[in-house]
Structure formats: structure tokens, C-alpha cells
Ligand binder design. Structure first.
Ligand code: TPP
Ligand code: MG
Length: 673
């Protein structure tokens, strides 16, 4: 008989916990898909956390003072949805019944910005726990920057539920290693140590001592044995974790997947499929519930759990009072917070932008100088790099490093942890007040892709700084020369990519990236020096915000030459060669396809007149995607295989990315049209 009262719980608590379990089971059963096992095992611990410790206000999921809760094991989404519903967020029982249905509020995995109370999009294992590291960095910075006297405006914890898969994924090792180094004591991970993953028992592939591993990361590790129901032991561990002031915490909580299921508990069959109607009925019967009823929420359960609304309103009220007196005393700091909430920086970025020219300059260098100019006025932007600071030019003048003993530092040393850097930045961005940027070599965007995708999907305002953006990096050779990367990033929906053509465009790219609200931005920057365009001859660099614009205009073009980034000057020289032969080339700079495609048709047609079929595009990468602009008669100049280790000028020459090649390709296209 499962129907007992476990240590640390009352009968009513047990009823609440059972309700969470059954809602999760019923949701999955009705959808005919989903993951019931994890919610069944983790119901007691999360119930205790949500009713006794977590500080939140269901009526205002964005309340700045709230604790954060991240369900890193996103497959257990019904657990989170049940908690959100029961505690009184804007989620109804019908929403739970619509689990996994078209555009319901309860999608298969939690989606940020879609369901109130969901702090991060999770599902791809390892991301959520790494986002949470970012949230904990954000908390530390915000507290250090804003908290005054005993006002403690930013005084919250970040709680995570993570599973075996979360701990197995490499990204969590990267992120948790950094979290330990930084001593992020507000981060508390509850590890659902249920010994089961999809293939079966974790003994198949996951036998390291997790406790020792996290100890080695310098985390505070507590192991709670039993069966996931002993809440006296769990609460003791939780209290210790909350009291810990120097290290992040992990509580290894031994649980049982599919707890209470006579046939599936402790088996991988409980993980990711409905238990079946018969089994669901059997479980309910064993717990003394009516087996025929689904989505049952006893009156007293709702009454008890909805107290979260009263408690939450009171907590927020107290915080608001604190914030009001804070505002009286520190009006400028307070304004910074409210501005940031509204997405404003409170300064005119354009005015701060440096002006470059006439000397040539690598766009990474221009980026560094732009950061030098902007960042002192933007205290809520946090920079960093994955151990390529001197190459990425991401560290701005006089900035201090963010470290355990220096939480006011604004520069994060991510170490050689690209994937975690991206996921951590997403966590920093998810809070809404801070804007993160972080650099690495463009070819290592492959190491970050899963997190870039999450940023794009969730609309996190993360800025990815990718330098060494082509064969133009030269001698490091094919392992470091990005070839397919621009095309690969362009396939990600809602990711804005900007590849500026010179120093001044780089400055504007930063302005645009910082002010952009819809999602992440990737800046592609050169290692090599490139000409700074003479803007008395060409339209202003601010045109970058249109995504593409004409550098050399022709009334009746014979050909359109399109280029991005460091290939723009080559296109311009090619056009000059053509001009000497009386061939009129319209040169179009296309720093951002995504922005260009967002322009109206009239503008797009003015830049790329549809009647001009002769076209050339030059970009030091693969052709994929260019055909939409090139049409049938266009010629692409790029790279087919991988790069070569050689000085960059030799690379450009040998790969045929030269003004002569542009002119030849143009003539060919004119002939073919
Ligand atoms: C990156 C990633 N790879 C694979 C999956 C598919 N998947 C979902 S859950 C899971 C593992 C399940 O084991 P565990 O994390 O221990 O969760 P539990 O079964 O205990 O709930 C896998 C491989 C995923 N969601 N994310
Ligand atoms: Mg597991």
C-alpha cells in the first residue's frame, strides 16, 4: 500500500503530492505521449520546495525579487505545469488537459516566453542547468551592483531540478566547473538521482561518483538517500544548501522513477511513454483514489496550494516597499533597473559610437574599440570570451574581471568552454535586465550551436561575438577556418547575423545588436585588416540596419555584385575593373540577410532590381543559400572544400577570391543571362 504519510509530511501534504503525480500521469495519458516517470519520483521534493521555500508570486511571474526555478530535465514538463497550475499561475486545468496540443500553453517541453512561470526553455538536456549558472552569475552581479545598505533588492536563489541526462551532457560539466570556480552560492541543484535513463539503468553508462565529481568542482554536495519521500532529510539538506555562503550546492536525491507504479517503477518504461490506462487506474486505486476519475484536484489541495498566491502577493508587496524606499535613496540606480526592464539603456548609443578611418582595420579590432567607447556607459552589459580574449578583442578598457571576490566585475572569463559560455549567456539574458556578449573563433560556433539554437527559439537577447570569420585568418589552417559556418548559422530561425564590411559598420552593428529586442545576434568579424570605406564616397555605415544596401549605384546596371564582410572591398575593386571596360556593376553590401529580408519589397527590389539577372556573389564560404539572390544566371565565388594553412593573402588568391575573379565571373554571368 502506497498510501502512507512520509517523514516530514502531513496527510494533506501527501494528498497534494499525489495530486501532482496524478495530474502528470493523466496529462501524459490523455496526450498519449510524454514523460510521467520523473514527475512521479520528484513530486515530493518539488512540492516541498514550491510550498515552503521558493519565493514567487503566481500573479506576477516576472517579479524581479523572485527565486528562479529551472526544470532542467524538461521532459518532466507535466511536473512543472502541475505546480504552476496548483499554485495559481495563469494556467488552467484545461491547459493541463491540453498538454502537448497545438499551440497550447503546455507544450511537450517548457518554453520560455510561452508559459507563465517558465524561466528557461528546457528539454535538450544540459541546457537548463547551464542557463541556471548564468542566472546565478546575473544574481551575483545585480546584487553587487545594485544592493545598498540592507536593501537587498536582488536577493534570490536559483533552484534547478536536473536529471541523469543533464549531468551526463558535457555542457553541464563545463558550466558547473565554472560555477564552482565562481562560488555561485545562490545556485541550488536538486539532482533527480533515479538510476534510470532511456536505455535502462544508469549502470549501463554512468557510473562515476557524481558526488566526488561535484566536490572536485568545489560544490557543496549532499547526498540524500531513501526513496525520494523522506522530506525530513531532504529539507535538512535544502536548508543547509540555502545557508551555504561560498559554494553552489547540489543535493543528490535518491528517487524512484515512476514512483508508485506497480509494474513500471524503477524501469525505463516509466520514462517517456504513457503508463497505460490500466496501470494509471491501478496506481490511483493503490493510493486510495477513484481509479475512474482523471484530472482530479481535491478541493483542499487547491485551497492549500493556492495559498502560494497570498504568500506571493505579500512577498512582492514587501519587496515593492523595499524598492520604493530604495528608489527614494538611489533614484539613478532605480531608474537603471526600470529602464533595463523596459529594454532601454538610458543613453544614446549612437552618440557614443567611434568614427573610424581612413586607415584599414580588422573588424574585430573595430569591435574592441567600439566596446571601449560604449561599455563604460552600459553597466548592465556583461562581456566575456572563451579564453580568446586577446584574439576576440572582447575585453574593453579598464574593465575588471567577474570573479568570486569581484562580483562587480563585468568581464567573464569563461575558460575554454564555448558551449557553456553560450548557455550561460542565455541564462544571463533570460532574466531580462542584463545583456551578455561573449567571444570565440567563428569556427567554434559549432561547439555552441545547441545553445545558439535555444537562444533563437526562446528570444534570449544574447550577443555572440565570432571573430576570425573566414580563411582570412590564414595560417591556423583548415581546422580554424570557418567555411560552412555562416550558412549553417543562417539556417537557424530568429538568429540575426551581421557580417560588417568595415570598421564603421562594426560600430553600427554593435549599436544594432545591443538595441535589438527580438532575439540573439551573431557578429561575424575578421581577424585580418580590411579597408575602412571612405564614407564620403559611399552611403553611411548606419545603412547596416537595412541588412543590405547599395554601395555603388547604377541607373541601369549590367550586373549586380553582392558581397558580405571582408569580401565587400574585393567586390568594389572588381566593379572598378569592370567600369574600366564600361560594364556597369551595382555593388551591394549584404551584412545581414535576415534584416534585408525584413525590409519591404520596394526596398528589396531597389537594391536587387529583379530585371537584372546577371549577378555575382562573393563570400568566403560555401554557396548554400545564395541561389535565392543569384537566380539561374548568377555566379558564386566562394569555397567548396576546407581551407588551407597559409598566409591569408595567399588563401584568397588561391581560392580565387580576387577582384579579377569578380570581374571574370561578372562577364560570364552577363554572357549567360
Ligand atoms: C541533448 C539531449 N539528448 C537526448 C535527449 C533525449 N532524452 C530525453 S530524456 C533522456 C534521458 C533520460 O534520462 P534522465 O535524464 O535520467 O531522465 P529520467 O528518465 O530519469 O527522467 C534522453 C536521452 C534530450 N532530451 N536531450
Ligand atoms: Mg534518470
Amino acid at each position: 500500500m502506497q498510501n502512507k504519510v512520509n517523514p516530514g509530511l502531513t496527510e494533506l501534504d501527501e494528498l497534494c503530492i499525489q495530486t501532482i503525480r496524478f495530474l502528470s500521469m493523466d496529462g501524459v495519458q490523455k496526450a498519449k505521449s510524454g514523460h510521467p516517470g520523473m514527475p512521479m519520483g520528484m513530486a515530493p521534493a518539488t512540492y516541498v520546495l514550491w510550498t515552503k521555500y521558493l519565493r514567487y508570486n503566481p500573479a506576477n511571474p516576472k517579479w524581479l525579487g523572485r527565486d528562479r526555478f529551472v526544470l532542467s530535465a524538461g521532459h518532466g514538463s507535466m511536473l512543472l505545469y502541475s505546480l504552476l497550475y496548483l499554485t495559481g499561475y495563469d494556467l488552467s486545468l484545461d491547459d493541463l488537459k491540453n498538454f502537448r496540443q497545438w499551440k497550447s500553453k503546455t507544450p511537450g517541453h517548457p518554453e520560455f516566453g510561452h508559459t507563465p512561470g517558465v524561466e528557461a526553455t528546457t528539454g535538450p538536456l544540459g541546457q537548463g542547468i547551464s542557463n541556471a549558472v548564468g542566472m546565478a552569475i546575473a544574481q551575483k552581479y545585480l546584487a553587487a551592483y545594485f544592493n545598498r545598505d540592507n536593501s537587498n533588492i536582488f536577493d534570490y536563489n536559483i533552484y534547478v531540478v536536473a536529471s541523469d541526462g543533464d549531468l551526463q551532457e558535457g555542457v553541464s560539466s563545463e558550466a558547473c566547473s565554472l560555477a564552482g570556480h565562481l562560488g555561485l552560492d545562490r545556485l541550488i541543484v536538486i539532482y533527480d538521482d533515479n538510476h534510470i535513463s532511456i536505455d535502462g539503468n544508469t549502470s549501463l553508462s554512468f557510473t562515476e561518483d557524481r558526488a566526488k565529481r561535484f566536490e572536485a568542482y568545489n560544490w557543496y554536495v549532499q547526498v540524500v538517500g531513501g526513496d525520494g519521500n523522506d522530506m525530513i532529510s531532504f529539507e535538512k539538506a535544502l536548508k543547509n544548501a540555502i545557508a551555504e555562503k561560498t559554494r553552489p550546492s547540489i543535493i543528490n536525491l535518491r528517487t524512484h522513477i515512476g514512483y508508485g507504479s506497480p509494474n513500471f517503477q524503477d524501469t525505463h518504461k516509466a520514462h517517456g511513454a504513457p503508463l497505460g490506462e490500466d496501470e494509471v487506474k491501478l496506481i490511483k486505486k493503490n493510493f486510495g483514489w477513484d481509479p475512474e476519475k482523471t484530472f482530479q484536484v481535491p478541493e483542499k489541495v487547491l485551497e492549500s496550494m493556492r495559498k502560494a498566491k497570498i504568500k506571493g502577493a505579500e512577498l512582492e508587496k514587501q519587496w515593492n516597499e523595499k524598492f520604493q524606499s530604495y528608489t527614494k535613496k538611489y533614484s539613478e540606480l532605480s531608474k537603471l533597473i526600470t529602464d533595463a526592464q523596459a529594454g532601454r539603456f538610458g543613453v544614446d548609443i549612437e552618440k557614443l559610437l567611434p568614427k573610424f578611418g581612413p586607415e584599414p582595420m580588422a573588424t574585430r579590432q573595430a569591435s574592441g574599440k567600439t566596446l571601449d567607447a560604449l561599455m563604460p556607459s552600459l553597466p548592465l552589459v556583461l562581456g566575456g570570451s572563451a579564453d580568446l580574449t586577446p584574439s576576440n578583442n572582447t575585453r574593453f578598457k579598464d574593465v575588471e574581471d567577474f570573479q568570486k571576490d569581484k562580483p562587480t566585475g563585468r568581464y567573464i572569463r569563461y575558460g575554454v568552454r564555448e558551449h557553456a559560455m553560450a548557455a550561460i549567456m542565455n541564462g544571463i539574458a533570460a532574466g531580462g535586465l542584463l545583456r551578455p556578449y561573449g567571444g570565440t573563433f567563428f569556427c567554434f560556433s559549432d561547439y555552441m550551436r545547441p545553445a545558439i539554437r535555444m537562444a533563437a527559439m526562446s528570444g534570449y537577447r544574447t550577443i555572440f561575438v565570432f571573430t576570425h570569420d573566414s580563411i582570412g585568418l590564414g595560417e591556423d589552417g583548415p581546422t580554424h577556418q570557418p567555411i560552412e559556418h555562416t550558412a549553417a548559422l543562417r539556417t537557424i530561425p530568429n538568429l540575426l547575423i551581421i557580417r560588417p564590411a568595415d570598421a564603421n559598420e562594426t560600430a553600427y552593428a554593435w549599436k544594432f545588436a545591443l538595441e535589438y529586442k527580438a532575439g540573439p545576434v551573431a557578429l561575424l568579424l575578421t581577424r585580418q585588416s580590411i579597408p575602412t570605406l571612405d564614407r564620403s564616397k559611399y552611403p553611411p555605415a548606419s545603412n547596416i540596419e537595412k541588412g543590405a544596401y547599395i554601395l555603388v549605384k547604377q541607373e541601369k546596371p549590367d550586373i549586380i555584385i553582392m558581397a558580405t564582410g571582408s569580401e565587400v572591398p574585393i567586390a568594389l575593386e572588381g566593379a572598378e575593373k569592370l567600369a574600366a571596360e564600361n560594364i556597369k556593376a551595382q555593388v551591394v553590401n549584404m551584412p545581414s540577410w535576415e534584416l534585408f529580408e525584413a525590409q519591404d519589397k520596394t526596398y528589396r527590389d531597389s537594391v536587387l532590381p529583379p530585371n537584372v539577372k546577371a549577378r555575382v556573389a562573393i563570400e568566403a564560404g560555401v554557396e548554400l543559400g545564395w541561389s535565392k539572390y543569384l537566380g539561374d544566371k548568377g555566379v558564386f565565388l566562394g569555397i567548396k572544400g576546407f581551407g588551407v594553412s597559409a598566409p591569408y593573402k595567399v588563401c584568397y588568391e588561391k581560392f580565387g577570391l580576387t577582384p579579377d575573379a569578380v570581374a571574370d565571373a561578372a562577364k560570364k554571368s552577363i554572357q549567360d543571362k
